[in-house]
Design a protein around this ligand. Structure first.
Ligand SMILES: Cc1cc2nc3c(=O)[nH]c(=O)nc-3n(C[C@H](O)[C@H](O)[C@H](O)COP(=O)(O)O)c2cc1C
Length: 406
């Protein structure tokens, strides 16, 4: 058995260009810049004139701990003559957040009438944009076309989210969360070392299912969905196209989310999602049994002393997805150090990897932020001592990459 130890990764503060434009979601850009500093990046903030009407450059300078570039600084003689070229050379990744309809249009058209758009044209690395606007502006054919043109040219366009908009209307136009944008930036850095998962389609499940008893009650479990979310984040970071099928709210992801509730909904969503997938990771805690019948209303207590529910087996999602070309990863949460049961499960389900954890071990596993796992693979068993779930996810995804990369 190999023991994996997690050495911390050191960063030398690589520069990220952060273009900030005049959208109301600009207050989230302040949090984004702060988050990028926490992630080990040096943000180089470039604001448009409209952006400065919303937030003073000083705010960005203070959180980035660096001067902010704007149109005026481009025309000043101090500190170099070609600000737009120097800034473009300095950074490895560029992100525009918030990205207004106006700036997206200029980027698509190749206009360079302000410092931000001039830098964009001069920049040769990966570009991420986080559009945000009123839903009608967002749906306008001109905006759709501009976004399409940018995506076709390789710009990563982070989808807008549905919900209440600052203008008071409802619809799709909210900016991706700072967390989602940070993940996209980290992925853009990692993508330069394109590994075996780059461009592969990965489906991950997470969370505990709920099996309805009646209109208000259900049979559930304590799974938080954190392990699956960590695996989804990690595969996304390594360049995969990720779909997370989950029972948990999953705002703030830069990849696709499919929300489900019950085991049968999860089975249907997974069957659909894995059709053209390369990898399936079943980290969800799926119920083994469900009530035979769901009562329409609410079961009354009345004068009953007992209530008997008849339970029937649910679909075995993992077993039903087996097909050549699909790398499958299962999870086995066992009560006690029952590696023998995990080995039997791996053989029975025919999975490529099986991740075992002992649910009775103190402070780890279901609902907790940490885990201690053993990964059963074709080349033996790898024990990952107690650590964070993201660190466990890295160890699991290392093994997936080995399997997928041949
Ligand atoms: C209060 C207010 C909020 C605005 N919010 C947005 C927005 O969320 N998205 C957008 O595309 N434009 C928005 N605009 C319009 C832009 O500020 C305007 O198109 C501006 O010219 C954008 O310039 P820039 O792209 O150079 O920053 C807003 C304007 C105002 C006054």
């Amino acid at each position: 058995m190999t023991v994996v130890s997690q050495a911390p990764t050191m960063h030398a503060a690589p520069t990220v260009l952060v273009g900030v434009t005049g959208g109301i979601a600009i207050y989230k850009a302040v949090e984004l810049v702060r988050g990028l500093v926490k992630d080990g990046f040096q943000p180089l903030v470039v604001t448009t004139e409209a952006a400065q009407r919303f937030v003073m450059p000083l705010t960005f300078a203070a959180v980035a701990q660096a001067p902010v570039l704007d149109d005026q600084s481009a025309w000043q003689a101090s500190g170099g003559w070609f600000r737009h070229i120097e800034a473009a050379r300095q950074a490895s990744v560029m992100v525009v957040a918030p990205a207004t309809a106006n700036t997206l249009a200029k980027m698509a058209a190749g206009m360079a009438d302000n410092l931000l758009t001039a830098i964009y044209l001069a920049f040769r690395g990966p570009v991420i944009v986080a559009p945000t606007m009123n839903w009608a502006m967002n749906e306008h054919a001109a905006t759709r076309e501009n976004v399409h043109v940018l995506a076709e040219r390789g710009v990563e366009v982070l989808p807008t989210e549905e919900g209440e908009l600052a203008c008071g209307e409802e619809g799709s136009g909210r900016m991706a969360s700072p967390e989602a944008i940070r993940l996209a930036v980290r992925r853009a850095f990692a993508a330069s070392a394109a590994g075996p998962l780059a461009g592969k389609k990965v489906v991950v499940t997470s969370g505990g299912t709920r099996e309805r008893i009646d209109a208000v009650r259900f049979i559930g479990n304590r799974s938080s969905g954190k392990m699956g979310r960590a695996v989804a984040d990690e595969t996304y970071l390594r360049g995969a196209h990720v779909t997370l099928v989950t029972t948990q709210p999953a705002d703030g992801t830069p990849y696709d989310i499919v929300r489900v509730e019950s085991a049968s909904e999860m089975a249907a969503a997974v069957t659909e999602a894995v059709r053209d997938a390369d990898v399936l990771v079943m980290a969800a805690a799926v119920a083994d049994f469900r009530p035979r019948d769901e009562e329409g209303g609410k079961i009354e207590r009345g004068d009953r002393e007992t209530l008997t529910l008849e339970l029937v087996r649910t679909v075995d999602v993992l077993a039903s997805t087996a097909r050549p070309g699909l790398f499958r990863v299962g999870f086995a949460a066992e009560a006690g150090p029952r590696l023998d049961r995990a080995r039997a499960k791996k053989a029975a389900k025919g999975v490529d990897l099986l991740v075992f954890n002992d649910i009775l071990a103190e402070g780890v596993g279901i609902g907790s932020d940490e885990n201690e796992i053993t990964i059963l693979g074709p080349d033996g068993e790898i024990h990952v001592p107690r650590t964070t779930k993201p660190a466990c996810a890295r160890a699991i995804v290392d093994q997936i990459e080995k399997g997928v990369g041949g």
